[in-house]
Write a protein that binds this ligand. Sequence first.
Ligand SMILES: [Zn+2]
Length: 459
Amino acid sequence: MANKFSITFYGGTGSVTGANFLLETEEGGEKHRVLIDCGLEQSGRICPPENFAPFAYDPRSIEALFVTHGHLDHVGRIGKLVKDGFTGKIYSTPPTKGIAELIMLDSLGVMEKERRGTDLPPLYEPADVEQAMKQWQTFGYHDVLRLGNLQAVFRDAGHILGSAMIEFTLAGKKILFTGDIGNSPMPLLPDTEKITDIDYLLMESVYGDRNHEKRSERSEIMKGIIKDTMQAGGTLMIPAFSVERTQELLFEIENMMEHSEIPLVPVFVDSPLAIQVTEVYKKYNDYFKKDVAATVRESDGAIFKFPQLQFTKTTEESKAITHSGARKIVIAGSGMSNGGRILHHEKANLPDPHSTLLLAGYQVAGTLGRIIQDGAKHVRIMGENVAVRAKVAVVTGYSGHKDSDHLVEFVEDTAGTVKKVFVAMGEPKSSLFLVQRLRDYVGVDAVAPVAGEKIEINL
Ligand SMILES: [Zn+2]
């Protein structure tokens, strides 16, 4: 009997977001039908209308869903999948389950706001998240998960806490889905695992056409910005994403304070989601890289805990920050200033020439963060005209994704065995550029599938 598999690219093609792949396998007459990721498509809005369309497959026909990591563009439609009848198991690492639950519940609120004035039904409801959690089982890295003759193993992707590449083995051949792969070395996480024996590879390409500034330089830049702002007697505002970026910043700031490299000023984490996610990071600190995990153990688990650090959960606590003196560091969401508590701090401090706004993440066109980054001298925040006299600093070395050179290196490691590479999860120009580089420099058969395309492989 023929052994074969197919991958259908239902999402995450021609776009960074909306990862959703269907893997169908057949070996010796035994068939399996599993999904890899079920993410939200995003384009300026958190949840644009295309997410509400029915799935292109019957969710009831799916045996299991494998989740690479807890970001919204990889988990955001799981609630809908369950609501639409999916009753199979969901598999991920333990931190991914913890982060995914928080992200799914948190995005409900934002989606609700976006839905106002439209006739769209809720994409999913809290009960669907609760149901998803009941169907969810966790496995550690390298544990072998068996669905009959289809085997799966999670390998460390080094992108956010618990992030995994999923390696399937079928009829002796290995098929790897990378999810997002980290910009190693990362401050908290182990490096992306080296893979050397993969036959078929489906990979991300967010930065397929670009390289990052050096990671080593970014801490120095950060140190300089903190020192200058505190010397000037201003506030340092950092709009940050809740997962990984906030925890990385806290870890680095704590280190700088411990080594007296920056003044001991108050540090506020002013984001309910970031505070909850930080708890997941504390709980699963054995997923950090070895030296960080050892430091945590030596200090009795006191990571993300130093005298200057305050987590502000309530609105009252958040408002009180404004009156707590000028010299301080405020980390708040959202990362692109298109909502969240950072807006209150920007409104209060952007007019102050002694303060600084530090942009440490990619700012999508049209967001307030991008408008300020592009040099606007006046902006509208919550209906008010706000003058921008504060300094605006941009640090790009904080990306959580491998850049073009490192994506190529990643494939080179398995060039001896790989038969085909599917390049996905990137803007078209980025994916196509990477496809060309892989063909020219690594000499592998690489393609960038289009949305809805089904590729069949006989083994
Ligand atoms: Zn991600």
